[in-house]
Design a protein around this ligand. Structure first.
Ligand SMILES: *Cc1c(COP(=O)(O)O)cnc(C)c1O
Length: 428
């Protein structure tokens, strides 16, 4: 047993256990520098034109990156966008949403998963999450289906796929579309296939904080030709393009400039080559962490579904605060004082002011109080008890794409947990 474990808690004036400066996670190297420089030297930083023709699809690096993503993720179409937020907006439009349609989404996610629905004047309906995976719970989804439900947005949160088999079964039964927000789980697998590719449309974020990145960016993936074509149009000024392209169904053909540049795509090509190696390294450290923490009373380490892999964008922990008799806040403060980077709770999107006050477009409550919204949608506290309890009382998450943990770092983190657990009585 490590001697330091018996020391006084740093929170109570003792020595801090982790004094080492850990290296920041950085997926960018000389390969990306060379790839970006080459584009800059060429002078062609973007080749998109918002009109029908060859340049409607972007320049050489955009197209090369997309073809490489198709091969890597084994999908028919990969479409780059300037952020995954843009990707989500394009996806909701491309599946043929009508104003006032309801889309079921998890509240335990980054806000954009739900805002993309509002962007098309559709209505987000929040379903509860599974306490083991923190992804949307198919049982709660089914309970929230009404005659207005058109789609489900499933988030593969922290690095693991949702129960996509169950969600696709519900979708086929009720004639719904499923969008996968796999921002945090590129490379995670579910029954041997990549998360994000098993629904009607999915995709990944390439922002600076994610597993691999291009500064800002996103990749949409789909096996559906019609959805792919609509995604490309929404990405690039659809309304100006449909005529030239000969698109007759112009529903939701409202375009944006969601185009990703040549520099970002050149960097993306290099990043994609590194995804597997970076993921393996993180999985290895996360598994070490799980070995070191399992056995601590009142602490639940990540639960990985049998037929799935986890890529650990975050390392989720659930505390049994009743059994421990200590608040999460005290435990978290004690861990932070020892030098552990860990956060309390996650997000309850339905608790944001936009939903609580039902104020989005303008000041008068559109779309909720308009004719397109046929019923009173409930966003009050209590609609998602599991997500709420986790967020407010029991959930902790360690970011895994902030530091590049080595084995020594992980063993220090494990020691810090053991030190806190050993002194748990003092935190009561
Ligand atoms: C990061 C993230 C997004 C948004 O991605 P951006 O590329 O930053 O726009 C959406 N959903 C989830 C779950 C995310 O983690």
């Amino acid at each position: 047993m490590n001697k330091e474990i018996n020391d006084q808690l740093a929170l109570l004036g003792g020595n801090k256990l982790i004094n080492k400066e850990m290296t920041h996670y950085n997926s960018i190297g000389s390969e990306e520098v060379a790839a970006a420089s080459q584009v800059v030297e060429s002078g062609v930083l973007s080749q998109f034109i918002g009109a029908w023709g060859n340049d409607f699809f972007g320049g050489p690096k955009v197209q090369e990156f997309e073809r490489k993503c198709e091969k890597y993720f084994d999908v028919k179409h990969a479409i780059t966008v300037n952020s995954w937020t843009s990707g989500l907006i394009a996806a909701v439009g491309a599946i043929g949403i009508e104003p006032g349609d309801e889309v079921i989404v998890s509240p335990f996610t980054m806000c954009a998963s739900a805002t993309a629905i509002i962007q098309w004047n559709a209505i987000p309906v929040f379903a509860d999450i599974d306490p083991k995976t923190f992804c949307i719970d198919p049982v709660s989804v089914e309970k929230n289906i009404t005659s207005k439900t058109k789609a489900i947005i499933s988030i593969d949160i922290f690095g693991q796929s949702a129960n996509i088999d169950a969600l696709m079964e519900i979708a086929s039964k009720h004639n719904l579309k499923v969008i996968s927000d796999t921002a945090q789980a590129p490379g995670a697998t579910y029954r041997g296939k990549y998360a994000g590719t098993l629904s009607h449309v999915g995709g990944f974020s390439l922002n600076y904080h994610k597993h691999i990145h291009t500064g800002e960016g996103g990749i949409l993936v789909t096996n559906d030709d019609d959805i792919a074509s609509k995604l490309q149009l929404i990405r690039n000024h659809a309304e100006a393009v449909v005529d030239g392209k000969g698109t007759t169904n112009i529903a939701n053909m409202i375009g944006y400039n969601f185009r990703l540049g040549e520099i970002e795509c050149a960097i993306g090509i290099e990043q994609l080559k590194k995804l597997e190696h970076l993921t393996q390294k993180r999985q290895e450290t996360a598994e070490l962490l799980t070995q070191g923490l399992s056995g601590l009373p009142g602490l639940q380490t990540p639960i990985v579904q049998e037929h799935a892999t986890h890529v650990y964008y975050g390392y989720p922990i659930v505390l049994d605060v009743d059994a421990l008799g200590v608040s999460r806040k005290n435990i978290c403060n004690a861990l932070v004082a020892e030098g552990v980077t860990i956060g309390e709770g996650y997000v309850n999107v339905h608790q944001l002011p936009m939903y609580q006050q039902k104020i989005a477009y303008g000041s008068k409550g559109f779309p909720w109080n308009s004719d397109i919204c046929e019923r009173e949608v409930d966003y009050s506290k209590g609609i998602c008890p599991t997500a709420e309890e986790l967020h407010e009382k029991t959930f902790l998450v360690m970011p895994m794409c902030v530091y590049n943990f080595d084995h020594e770092d992980i063993s220090l983190i494990i020691s810090a947990f053991h030190k806190v657990w050993k002194n748990m009585e003092l935190l009561r």
